[in-house]
Structures are given as C-alpha cells and as structure tokens.
Design a protein around this ligand. Sequence first.
Ligand code: ZN
Length: 469
Amino acid sequence: MICKRRVSLLTTSMTLMSSAVVTTASAQSEATMRLLDRNRMFEEQIINVADNVYTAIGYTVSANSMIVGTDGVVIVDPGQLPAASLRVRQEFERITDKPVRAIIYTHSHPDHTNGAVAFFDEGEEIQVWQRDNFGSETRRQAEAGLSGGARASNTQGFDLPDEQRISVGIAIPPPRPPRGGVNSAGLSTDLIESATRPGTVPPTHIFNEDRVSLEIAGIRLDLVAAPGETDDQLYVWLPEQRVLFAGDNFYQSWPNVYPLRGTARRSARDWIASLASMMAEDPLVLVGGHTTPITEDTMTVLTNYHDALKWVHDRTIEGAANYLTPDELVEYAALPDHLADLDYLQDYYGSVWGTVRDIYAQDLGWFDGNPLNLHRENPVQQARRMADLVGGVDELMARAHAEMESGDELGAAQLAWHVTKLQPESADAFQLLGEALAVVAERTFNAPARNYTFSSSNRYLQTAAELRN
Ligand SMILES: [Zn+2]
C-alpha cells in the first residue's frame, strides 16, 4: 500500500516557486512552466514504498530511505546536509524508535553521503558500507587540479538570483553554500569544503565483489556493484519485498551520462549493463537516487529506461560508423515516439544531445570527421570573416540587433559574440549578448544548461556595465 504523508513545511520550494512566477510572469516560457510544475514532485514527504520501507523526498536533494528490521534500521543514502538529514531522521523516528544499524552509500556524491553524521551515534555499533572504488570520480578530477570551480557552480546556478534559479533538474535547488571566497587556484572555497564532505562518516565495511549478501537487523539485502552514473555506484536489493534502491542509476529524468560541469568518464555502456542487471532482479518497487519512487508498472519503467539509453547509444555508434558528425547524430539518435514522450525520459537533468556527444567523444575523441575542423581559425579570425561578409563590424552589430528584434535571440547571441571578439571594449556588444542569452536560457528546458546559460548571460551583462563605467 502506498501512503503519502505530506508534511506542511514546504516553505523553501513554495516561496521560490511563487517569487519566480511573479518576477518573470511576462516572459514565462513553456520550459520554465514545465520546470516549475515538476518542482511539485519535491514537496517534503515520507513515502511508504513497501512493507517496512520508507523513502524521504524533498528534505534533501537526494532520496533518503529507511528499511525497518527486527531490532534496528538500515539507512540507504543519508542525504546532503546534516541539518536537513536530521529532520529526515526525526520523521523516521516517528515511524520507529529502533536504532540505526547500518548506513549504505550508493555512491560517493556528497548529496547522498554528507548527511550521514545525522544518523550516526558515536559509540553505537553501526556498519557503514561502500564500494572499494568509492570516490573514484572526484579523485580523478582532483588529481588533475579540476575540482569544483566555475563550471560546477554555474550548472547548479549558485550565483543566480532566485527568479532564475528554479531547478537543478532532479531536485529543488539546494541552499547556496556560504560565500567563502576563492583560494589561490581561483576555486570557490565553499565548493572545496563541500567536496571534502565533513558530514560523511567513514566506512566500516568496503566490498570489492560483484555482489555481497548481508543480513543486518534481520533484514536480508544484497549490495550489487553497478557502474553507471559513477563508476563507484551500487544498488541495494531487498529480495523479500522486491525493492531495488538504484542510487543514481535511475531517477525520473534522462540519465546524466555527461554532466556539464565536466567530469571523468561516465560509461553509457556500463550504465546500460547495470540497468539490465537491475531488470533481472524483477523489482516491484524502484527507489531512485532523486525523484519519487516508482511503485507501479516498475518493470515497464525500468525496461523503457534501459531501452532508451541503449537506443541512443546504438544509434550514435551506428551513425558514427557511417561518418555522421556529432551535430548530425543528435538528430539521428533521437528517441522513437513510444519513448520520446515519457516524462521520466525528458531532459530535466541529463540530455539526449549531451549523451550523444559524450558517447562520440569517448569512443572517437574530439575530431568530428569534418575536414574543416582540422584547419580551425581562432575566434578573432572567425569573427573577422563574419564581419567582412556583411560589410564590417558596425554592420555585424546592426544585424545582431535586427535578429534580436525579430525574435531570433540565438542568432543575435551568435553575431554579438563575434563582435565581442573584434571589439572587446564594446559595452553594446556584451549587453546584447547578455540579453539574448537570458532569453535563450529562459527557453532552455535542461536545467544544468539553463543555469549555465543564465550564469553566462549575467556575466556578460556585468561586463557591459563595467565597460560603461
Ligand atoms: Zn545524486
């Protein structure tokens, strides 16, 4: 039986939503309305997904679950921020006062682990489980000197005003980290701090097998290695209730095969194989790493998710073998009709276009097969060629304004971009570029791309203001 108990503390999301409605009412695009509508999924609620299994949604950006056993409970993904996770614990304690016996991390992203301290009582015997390659994604980036930084901040929209920051795709935007300034490498210190995960409790148990079967507090469960959104991903399988906790290998959105913040390789092929393993378990309930659990037609949802990712992968490879370029493959690999309209496959968080480009780049590298891309001109040379074509840089700027007035904001942004290369002192060019990108962002449905575009727009508008002074 599914019982949804709605909790009245909806303040953060509702305030955010209503302020966005008021301030951008005149320019509200279909993309904006769809994203605001989807935010309703993240109202705070504790969902009883199966006998003795509860999932908290909307308290932290991730889904946090409790499995109740005979003499204790197991927590799957304790959440992002200790204070919010403590509220989840308080809700769980209204259901049972049995002590926490184990915490399981489905993977190493801090939005799933950093709240662990809220469930961990010093002195108690609490098992903390993770895979042996835990943290492999962030470790690789840290070694390269590329942790955190502007790209990560921009896709989350940390610097955006509330009316622009309406979604991160699979959650209500989390609180902004305190502005801690930047370190000598130019990285935001708050991002660095969140990357060190001060609320994450170190593991007591690490497994390197494909599957381990455990009994904790009278609960039979399997932990299964399942590389996908990260290489260190696992899923938790409850054979008795047939509940599968997928971590981030499933959420109600197109899978984030390539995050725009940039990351170490994520393998679509591994992800497809892990989805096939999950299907083989034949679950009745699928608890994703974000978004509400799937409790009906679960195998249909899981099968469609698998088939859709496999379709895009296979079409990309097939087209690439026939010399299609990534720009062409984005259309060639588009989903067939019976998958394209499913809500849980929309580009809320990951994107089909980003997935196609990433699969291509991973297998074939940066060269798209177009011979002209072996002979690239630098941005100033490209801009000069464009200006010469239309009769000079003033005419190029006039065309940019004309595009803006005709409603082709993307065209306006492209032309204004060229002008900024030729006249980096032109406040007018940066102003138009910023204004055009704001409209493009407003129409962008994929939340990370939208946040990134708004962040860029604001930066260009700021440059324009500085140039004017
Ligand atoms: Zn996640």
